[in-house]
Design a protein around this ligand. Structure first.
Ligand SMILES: Cc1cc2nc3c(=O)[nH]c(=O)nc-3n(C[C@H](O)[C@H](O)[C@H](O)COP(=O)(O)OP(=O)(O)OC[C@H]3O[C@@H](n4cnc5c(N)ncnc54)[C@H](O)[C@@H]3O)c2cc1C
Length: 463
């Protein structure tokens, strides 16, 4: 467990100001963890040595340079909405929170980009773009709390990936600070730049292990035409996939194609005391762009082909909110259980139905106290499969189920993380869908950029 000398604390206070070095028990507990749920006895309780809140790139650079010289381990931190323990400080690290660096520097609707500091909140950027009449395309359930630097470092995806891609597709340029304090300004707002390796790409999705993102230039887009939001229900997952196919065959622009199971629906209904929608096994939340005629034709086919048995097309803000609440509140509903394990896997889209059937069959004989909640961004081949129980003693069984699930994902040619990353919690499974040679190459890159290993140690892989 790392301890911090008084000399280091005094140095940090000189750099960022005394009030921006926090060491109260409350701050350490609150800012040393993220949204991941782990029962306390698993030795992953937050135990940072201090929280540092720099206000500029120069301050970040000075802090990292000092930490590198004195071998002080650092956990970069954004909105702490991560679900895999990436921003957790469990070994006396210093938490480097970017939350004070929250300026939107430019919104440019000619070049269609925004320049922002890493601590800008995702929703704040969405709203600023909207106000200018354009759109920042990343949209995720945690947008009200997550920060752009965290979105970049996790390569966040979200609800509109099927239409706009994830964070990687939104980033034009990055400013990053390496472990030794060196600042790199990579690519700026250039859309085209073929001058050797795209270095900025390395930092996207690297979970704070290679450098600290301090600034980003992200793409803006034109806003979509009229959108229609609907929620429909059907009895089998195969019909969910056939509905997705129908959207493609009807040449409709799919803005969002989400799925949630009956167990997800029931968990949210109970948590939020919501008005019921309709009964069924598989719920589809679909947002389509296009003319009313074409969407009407699609809905007609859906029902005449027997792909949906009931549904609601949002006609009012109230309908829209009801539909989205059922989807957006699933993460919170899962978190309400004493014992919960979240997973986010990626699969070849056509294989999703067979995979889930196969998996459920293997878990048929599980203890009755464990429930399985499946939902996710089906249009992108991304399932969230979460395990919930109110018996803490079920955690070991749940961990074993998680391993079985990931082994099956590997058999199906999938990935153990579609969008949340590896962090601390998925580290034991990384080698199921990445080869040892690939992990070794990642280690070499880490060694090159952070030779002493001060940045987010123990996350993604061990050295
Ligand atoms: C309700 C809810 C819904 C969610 N929905 C989605 C979803 O649809 N899609 C999705 O992809 N994710 C989703 N997530 C997960 C999470 O919100 C994303 O991973 C998000 O991008 C994390 O951003 P953050 O600012 O909270 O990062 P944090 O949790 O603070 O950090 C995440 C990782 O990035 C590193 N990091 C943070 N800031 C920096 C920086 N400036 N420089 C270098 N490293 C940094 C941290 O060390 C950590 O490893 C959801 C989470 C919740 C709670």
């Amino acid at each position: 467990m790392q301890t911090l000398s008084q000399e280091a604390v005094t140095y940090f206070q000189e750099i960022v100001g005394a009030k921006n070095v926090r060491q109260s028990e409350n701050d350490l507990e609150h800012m040393g963890k993220d949204w991941s749920t782990v029962p306390k006895d698993l030795n992953t309780a937050p135990q940072p040595a201090a929280i540092l809140l720099p206000g500029s790139t120069d301050e970040v650079s000075k802090i990292l340079s000092y930490c590198n010289t004195h071998n002080i381990k650092v956990v970069p931190s954004g909105g702490r909405t991560g679900l895999v323990g990436g921003a957790m400080a469990v070994n006396g690290e210093v938490v480097l929170s970017l939350q004070r660096m929250n300026k939107i520097i430019t919104i440019d609707s000619i070049g269609m980009f925004a320049v922002v500091e890493a601590g800008v909140n995702t929703q704040v950027l969405q709203e600023a773009a909207e106000k200018r009449g354009v759109m920042f395309a990343l949209d995720l359930g945690s947008a009200g709390s997550s920060l752009i630097g965290g979105n970049i470092s996790t390569n966040a995806a979200g609800k509109k990936f099927i239409r706009n891609g994830g964070m990687r597709q939104q980033v034009l340029g990055l400013e990053v600070v390496l472990a030794n304090g060196q600042v790199f300004d990579l690519k700026g707002s250039l859309r085209k730049d073929n001058t050797g390796y795209a270095l900025e790409e390395l930092f996207i999705g690297s979970e704070g292990t290679l450098g600290v993102v301090t600034k980003a230039t992200v793409k803006l887009m034109t806003r979509p035409e009229k959108m229609t939001t609907m929620c429909c229900v059907t009895d089998t997952f195969d019909k969910v996939l056939r509905t997705l196919e129908l959207c493609h065959l009807k040449s409709l622009k799919v803005n969002t194609f989400e799925f949630f199971s009956r167990t997800s629906y029931e968990a949210v209904k109970k948590l939020k005391n919501l008005k019921p929608l309709f009964d069924g096994n598989c719920y589809m939340l679909i947002v389509l762009e296009g003319s009313q005629d074409r969407i009407d034709a699609m809905v007609e086919s859906m029902f005449s082909d027997g792909l949906a048995s009931d549904g609601l097309i949002a006609q009012s803000l109230d309908d829209y909110l009801t539909i989205w609440t059922y989807r957006d509140m699933i993460v919170e509903a899962v978190g309400a259980y004493k014992c919960a394990k979240r997973t986010d896997v990626s699969l070849p889209i056509p294989a999703m139905g067979e995979f889930i059937g196969d998996m459920m069959q293997r878990f048929e004989t599980r203890p009755p106290s464990i429930d399985i909640i499946a939902y996710g961004h089906v249009g992108d081949g991304n399932f969230h499969i979460d395990y919930i129980s109110n018996e803490t003693s079920d955690y070991k069984t749940i961990l074993a189920m998680e391993r079985t699930q990931h082994e099956l994902v590997s058999e199906y040619g999938g990935s153990i993380s579609a969008e949340h990353g590896i962090g601390l919690l998925k580290k034991p499974f990384l080698n199921l869908t990445r080869t040892e040679a690939e992990i070794d190459l990642m280690r070499s890159i880490k060694k090159l950029l952070d030779p002493i290993g001060i940045l987010n140690p123990g996350k993604i892989f061990d050295m």
